[in-house]
Each structure stands twice: as structure tokens, then as C-alpha cells.
Design a protein around this ligand. Structure first.
Ligand code: DAH
Length: 342
């Protein structure tokens, strides 16, 4: 009996100091002490050798020992076990992995910049639908029935009669805004437009434009020039020059196209400007009186200017992008280059 009690004491001391560092060690502890051939079972079997009058005392000591071992096991499971688990999953001393930074699309960057420049001149942003009717996309803009721009080649028609189409330019938003009849009107209209064109480095079947419109009393071509000059200098830098060439658009009279001095060669002539020193960036003009009348605006009292530019074109010039298709391919090697540009 004394022998048995001594054993229990010795084992208890041994178990007291036991520690585990992994799931495997925890399992080894369980097998060693609590398994079917474990120490607790073995020592219990020694009860049969104890004299009858000592059985009660021995039984108590053995039960206490068994409880003690089981409690120790639970402790090891809770404390050491969890610690081991946490250690395996997260090492708090490691440097954190790099967080990939997203970037704005170059078209969005330039569009936002255009908006902010014109905002400073008092232009508000207006938007219109991408699915348009014939009136807003063509007729009200003074595009006669047989105008080449109405050709099926250029326009995606969703339905022939009555015509529903994907707008071919953001000039349709001009009409929608003028029809609201709130004057004076000073807006820019950014948005996506569609044309039935073969996709190449220089053309796409969808792209983005910004339309500008200013209608008030006594608006002149000088206002148009000064507004666009301010825009160009803010967008491309103070040293950039502009020039206007007479042109034709059905919705403006007179009409012009505006060039800027080539950003690549500074005007001395290179491949980008085709050796001319100038690159075209937009169309513009004084709103045709017929267009004003189409929107119930008194063309005797009001005048206005309008302009329209392709955002892709401005972006290509600003960041020297040579292929228009890059803008719609979502290649992150291309897009990542604009992280710093925001
Ligand atoms: N809508 C024309 C286009 O898509 C661009 C344009 C030219 C807009 C002259 C205008 C303008 O407002 O006055 O090619």
C-alpha cells in the first residue's frame, strides 16, 4: 500500500512538470497517461494487490490521481494546445505581405482632370443616356437626313423605326440640356459614345468624349478661345500653344478645329505630329442658330459656343500612349503604370 502511494506521488510530480509543444506531444501525453495501456490504467490494476482494509484509502488516492491526470490533460489541451495552434498560423514577428494598390484607369484620371478644370470656370457636369433617339443625336443638331454621319456604317442602330441608336457623340446631351430651358447654361458632358468602326490602334467602336456648352447673352468666339486656351494650359502646361483652323460641323457656325503644339517635339516636327508641329485635339464653334431654335431658345437674344473632344486622344497625348486598344484591354501591366498619376 505504501508502495502504491509512493508511486502515485512520484508520478504526480512527473506529470506536474509536463509540457507539450505540439499536437503530437499532446497526443503522446494522452497515450502515455490516459490511454488504454496508459499509466492510470496500469496503476489502477494494482488495486487488486492491496489488502482489503486498505482498499478504501487506496481507491481514494487512485481516483484523485486519475482526476489530477485528466485535469492536467485538459489544461495542456487548452493552454499549450492553443498556443501551438496560434504559433503555426500567424507569426506576428514576420513583416506583413505587400498590399497591392489599385489604380484609377487613365481615362478616369484624365476625365476627372478635365471636369475639375472646367469646374473652376463655372461649368457643371451634365449627363445623358447612351441609348438615344434620332432627334437628340442627329436632327436637333442640324444633321440633315442624308448626312454621311447618319450612314449605317458609323452608327449602331438598335431599332430602325422609330430609330433607337447608341449615341455617336455627346453632343446629344447639349440638346437635352438646352431643352430644359434653364439659361444661362454652362455645362460639360463627359460620357461614352459608340461608332461602327474597325478597331485599330487609332480607332475603336466605343470611346469617351467630353462635350462643352455655354449659352448666355453676348457669348462670343473670343470667349470660346479663351476658355479652351485656359483648359489646354491647365491640362498640358503653360508653354503649350494653340491654333484654330476653320472647319465644318452642322451644329456650329462658324466651326473650327483646335490644334495644340506637339508635346513630343515642342513644335519642331516629329512622327506624332506628322512633321507639322501641331496635333488636333477638338472640334468647336458657335452654336448654330437653328440648333438653338430647335430647343426653343431665342437665337436673337442668346448665343453660345460648344466644343467636343475625345478623352482617349487627350490621354494618349498626355501620357504618350500609342495604341487606343490598351484602354479597353484591362492589362494590369499597363494600368499599374498610372498608380502614381492620380
Ligand atoms: N460631336 C463632334 C464629334 O463627335 C465633336 C464636336 C465638334 C462637338 C464641334 C461640338 C462641336 O460641340 O462644336 O466629332
Amino acid at each position: 500500500m505504501q508502495q502504491l502511494l509512493d508511486k502515485i506521488k512520484a508520478y504526480s510530480a512527473q506529470i506536474e512538470g509536463a509540457a507539450v509543444h505540439s499536437k503530437e506531444e499532446l497526443e503522446a501525453f494522452r497515450i502515455k497517461y490516459l490511454g488504454t495501456k496508459g499509466l492510470v490504467k496500469t496503476i489502477m490494476s494494482e488495486m487488486k494487490d492491496v489488502a482489503t482494509e486498505q482498499k478504501k484509502e487506496a481507491g481514494q488516492a487512485l481516483n484523485e490521481f486519475k482526476n489530477y491526470v485528466e485535469q492536467k490533460f485538459e489544461k495542456l489541451k487548452l493552454f499549450d494546445g492553443n498556443q501551438v495552434k496560434v504559433k503555426q498560423e500567424v507569426d506576428l514577428s514576420l513583416p506583413a505581405p505587400d498590399m497591392p494598390i489599385g489604380s484609377r484607369h487613365p481615362i478616369s484620371i484624365v476625365q476627372n482632370k478635365i471636369i475639375s478644370i472646367f469646374n473652376r470656370l463655372g461649368f457643371a457636369v451634365a449627363q445623358g443616356p447612351e441609348i438615344e433617339d434620332d432627334w437628340h443625336n442627329f436632327t436637333a443638331l442640324n444633321l440633315p437626313e442624308n448626312h454621311p454621319a447618319r450612314d449605317m456604317q458609323d452608327t449602331f442602330y438598335l431599332q430602325e423605326s422609330p430609330a433607337w441608336l447608341l449615341r455617336t457623340h455627346t453632343s446629344s446631351v447639349q440638346i437635352r440640356e438646352m431643352e430644359k430651358g434653364v439659361l444661362p447654361l454652362r455645362i460639360i458632358c463627359p460620357g461614352r459614345v459608340y461608332r461602327n468602326e474597325t478597331i485599330s490602334a487609332r480607332a475603336h467602336c466605343f470611346f469617351n468624349q467630353v462635350e462643352g456648352l455655354y449659352i448666355a447673352e453676348n457669348v462670343s468666339f473670343a470667349d470660346l478661345k479663351q476658355t479652351l486656351y485656359f483648359f489646354v494650359q491647365e491640362m498640358f502646361g503653360q508653354e503649350v500653344k494653340i491654333r484654330f483652323r476653320p472647319s465644318y460641323f452642322p451644329f456650329t457656325e462658324p466651326s473650327a478645329e483646335m490644334d495644340i503644339s506637339c508635346l513630343i517635339c515642342g513644335g519642331s516636327g516629329c512622327n506624332v505630329c506628322k512633321k507639322t508641329g501641331w496635333v488636333e485635339i477638338l472640334g468647336c464653334g458657335m452654336v448654330h442658330p437653328q440648333v438653338l431654335e430647335n430647343c426653343n431658345i431665342d437665337s436673337e437674344k442668346y448665343t453660345g459656343f460648344a466644343f467636343g473632344m475625345g478623352i482617349e486622344r487627350i490621354t494618349m497625348l498626355k501620357y504618350q500612349v500609342k495604341d487606343l486598344r490598351l484602354f479597353s484591354e484591362n492589362d494590369t501591366r499597363f494600368l499599374d503604370q498610372f498608380i502614381a498619376a492620380i
